[in-house]
Ligand binder design. Structure first.
Ligand code: SF4
Length: 365
């Protein structure tokens, strides 16, 4: 992506020729605010005019609202201009109190920035990464579109419990000393290549790993409408070896496919003590000593309303590498399996889906 960006970055009035240069946070803030809901081609002239008249936060803070509106006229959404002026006055007052000089006049933490009028998670991330080169994530419509297509996410971040999934991908992108370039490169890719209609996949540097492209389904992502809730019934297995280890799966499962989670699969209601056939994907039936149904639990992940039976399966054998499933190993998503110490299980799993099932199956250890 960095190579692609260096070769394809458009010349823009707010973008320095040296893509690695530290930028003026004030200019980043103004340009990113102007760009919300507005095309780059429209914003260019507005930005140039604005920066000539209000080159820094102090100059802007002294302006009156009518003049600021005049420079904003045509960009629409006047609440943005009103908030810019309010924030400029707050920041200028803070600078004068702390005698801050030079470019570093905008706050340098997400918390402080997001406390200012008109600055949300996106703008704060843009200022922190593009201007201060911090490892801060951003998530705008371009990145949402790219993530949805790359990972075939069939839900929007505006849906209940879904924003965090998109932010998690955004944080992965930003987890680098070059976060500023990764963020800006993806925004540029979204604007110029991964377009809403007819993405130019043949020229895209991500086409080799883009699930929607590889499956010929780019037109389906991101979804145009919010989805309605879906019910899902399944079984989660707490498989315990004779030497008190619990089998965990990392990747390739229906839910939590990028996390260590208990094995689970779709099933009909299963309040019996018989070993379901699908459990044999994970263990050999002839090594099972006992199966106990420990009740059910309810859980929500994205739009799925989950209800799961919990089966505590005790093995007569010790944990060993040969306890590896067959069908899942062959699935297209990467999958790994681990035996984790029962005594450490509650601190090892980081998702409440697995923790709820563990609690019912083995209580506290
Ligand atoms: Fe977007 Fe196509 Fe690139 Fe996938 S391959 S990220 S759909 S432009």
């Amino acid at each position: 992506m960095r190579e692609w960006f260096r070769a394809n970055a458009a010349e823009l009035p707010w973008r320095p020729a040296d893509l690695d240069a530290i930028r003026d946070p004030y200019a980043v803030w103004i340009s990113e605010t102007m760009l919300q809901q507005t095309q780059v081609s429209t914003v260019k002239d507005y930005f140039i005019r604005w920066m000539k008249r209000f080159p820094d936060v102090e100059t802007l803070a002294k302006a009156d609202e009518a003049e600021v509106f005049n420079y904003w006229q045509g960009l629409g959404y006047y609440s943005r201009a009103r908030n810019i002026l309010k924030t400029a006055k707050i920041v200028a007052a803070l600078c004068s109190a702390s005698r801050t000089t030079g470019m570093r006049k905008m706050p340098e933490t997400r918390k402080e920035l997001e406390a200012l009028p008109g600055i949300g998670a996106y703008t704060a991330g843009a200022i922190l990464s593009l201007a201060y080169h911090k490892r801060e994530a951003i998530l705008d419509g371009n990145l949402v579109r790219i993530f949805s297509r790359l990972y075939e996410l069939d839900f929007l971040p505006t849906e209940k419990n879904c924003a965090e999934i998109y932010w998690e991908y955004a944080r992965e992108v930003a987890d680098s000393p070059k976060a500023y370039m990764h963020n800006e490169a993806l925004m540029e890719l979204g604007r110029t290549v991964c377009k809403t209609k007819s993405p130019l996949c043949e020229t895209c540097p991500l086409r080799g790993e883009c699930r929607a492209f590889l499956d010929g389904r780019t037109a389906e992502f991101p979804p145009t409408k919010k989805r309605t809730e879906k019910s899902w019934h399944g079984t989660v297995l707490v498989i315990e070896s004779a030497d008190e280890k619990i089998l965990a799966v990392n990747g390739g499962q229906k839910f939590l496919d990028k996390q260590l989670a208990l094995p689970h699969f779709e099933s009909a209601h299963h309040a019996t003590v018989a070993l379901p056939a699908k459990a044999e994907d994970y263990i050999n039936a002839d090594e099972v000593e006992s199966v106990e149904h420990c009740g059910t639990f309810r859980h929500s992940i994205t739009v799925h309303k989950i209800e799961c039976d919990i089966l505590h399966v005790r093995l007569a054998t010790r944990a060993k590498a040969t306890h590896l499933p067959k069908s899942i190993v062959n699935s297209e998503k990467p999958t790994a399996f681990e035996w984790i110490e029962k005594a450490k299980a509650f601190e090892t799993f980081a998702n409440s889906f697995s923790l709820k099932a563990l609690k019912k199956a083995i209580g506290s250890v």
